[in-house]
Ligand binder design. Structure first.
Ligand code: SF4
Length: 175
């Protein structure tokens, strides 16, 4: 079976400021489509029609910035699923809420979350902090449990960027 994954960085904005972040646009002329439902529809249809002729399975991986900051994220996920994409997301997990889990998780085949440290001080040094608050391991595990409860077949993926601040950390307790 021929498969392809398309990464759609739906927006540049993020509530974190990881020092290694590369998800920055080079141009000031930003034309983010996620604000407009009609543009989202056109884009998804075009991409699906194009790739589904050549591949048996087309996965749309939604990324950012932080995609959960888009007010149209639920719409994008549901629409992409409706067109025939397999849909996945990569998130920093800081803005997950019941509404997202209820409305969007059933349409996802993969849920990827970035976890660089379980230590709040290390997360602060990396830049994974909002107004002095970091995401606790307890919150994180609870969110993952809710994701799994809502979709038994979903694949859960943990992404870690090994860097100067976390390179000596043992995260095996989490896994
Ligand atoms: S969470 Fe991701 S998008 Fe946000 S600052 Fe960190 S690396 Fe960049």
């Amino acid at each position: 079976m021929k498969e392809i994954t398309i990464n759609w960085h739906i927006l540049e904005a993020c509530n974190y400021s990881c020092h290694y972040c590369f998800a920055k646009y080079q141009e000031s002329d930003r034309r983010e489509l996620h604000y407009s439902k009609s543009k989202i529809n056109l884009f998804l249809k075009y991409v699906y029609d194009f790739f589904s002729k050549k591949y048996d399975l087309v996965r749309l991986n939604i990324a950012g910035g932080e995609p959960t900051l888009s007010s149209h994220l639920d719409y994008i996920i549901k629409k992409a699923y409706g067109f025939g994409f397999k849909v996945s997301i990569i998130t920093n997990g800081s803005c997950l809420n019941d509404d997202f889990i209820l409305k969007s998780v059933p349409y996802l085949s993969m849920f990827a979350i970035s976890v660089d440290s379980l230590d709040p001080e290390i997360n602060k040094k990396i830049g994974r902090v909002v107004k002095g608050k970091t995401l606790s391991p307890v919150q994180l595990i609870q969110s993952l449990k809710e994701v799994r409860d809502k979709n038994k077949n979903i694949l859960i993926k943990i992404n870690t960027v090994v860097n100067t601040y976390n390179c000596d950390e043992d995260m095996s307790v989490f896994y």
